[in-house]
Design a protein around this ligand. Structure first.
Ligand code: PRP
Length: 206
């Protein structure tokens, strides 16, 4: 049996639909239920429903054999996992955004609010730009509005959160989508089951 870590929430719905199409359905698995473990014995899978940002932790440490996580989360956690398939769902971009009219003064330290501390640090260190990271857990768009930061580094999907808060994208620097990932030793010992699942998921993509 394969243990599969799946994200709850916005990405979750798209992921469950893709699994269902690939023959790995779990009829009673819904986001509304408070249950966290679901099994489909016939398909040989046990699902763990976890916070999207925690999928890599479960897979890297072997509590799950495989999982589905956003590329943003994989980069942010720097998880040592195998990335086996780009599912092409949950597409969005990692972007720098600011209040309309903002101009950067390279002589000053740039204040950057973000949930993605490692990604933001790496981005600005590649640019050689001095920054002060302001770590937040949500509602990131508020930071520049109230003067807590100069810019934000965050994911943009439809762009409506930025628009509704009168912020604009300054720069996009990473394309994101959901990836099928595997634990390094599970891939060795359960290779047939894992590649079977990858093939089935690939098949429905077509
Ligand atoms: C994410 C992200 C943006 C928003 C972007 O937040 O941090 O705020 O989605 O999506 P959009 O471009 O379609 O508007 P999330 O919904 O995860 O909520 P959060 O503010 O609690 O992090």
């Amino acid at each position: 049996m394969l243990t599969v870590a799946l994200p709850k929430g916005r990405l979750g719905d798209k992921v469950y639909a893709r699994l269902e199409a690939a023959g790995y359905i779990c009829r009673d698995m819904t986001d509304e239920s408070r249950k966290l473990v679901f099994e489909n014995e016939a398909a040989g899978v046990r699902y763990l429903l976890v916070k999207p940002t925690d999928v890599c932790v479960y897979v890297e440490r072997g509590a799950a054999d495989v999982g589905i996580a956003g590329k943003d989360v994989i980069c942010e956690t720097e998880a040592k996992v195998y990335e086996l398939l780009d599912l092409g769902i949950g597409k969005c971009r990692m972007a720098v955004a600011a209040k309309r009219g903002f101009t950067d003064n390279p002589g000053r330290t740039l204040r950057v609010a973000t949930k993605f501390v490692n990604i933001a640090n790496k981005h600005y260190s590649d640019l050689g730009r001095n920054i002060d990271i302001i770590p937040l857990h949500g509602s990131i768009e508020l930071a520049p509005i109230v003067g807590l930061s100069d810019v934000i580094v965050d994911i943009v999907e439809s762009g409506s959160t930025l628009r509704e808060n009168d912020l604009v994208v300054i720069e996009e620097f990473m394309q994101i989508s959901a990836r099928f990932i595997a634990n390094v030793s599970s891939y060795k010992f359960k290779e047939a089951e894992i590649t079977g699942m990858v093939s089935a998921l690939k098949e429905v993509e077509k």
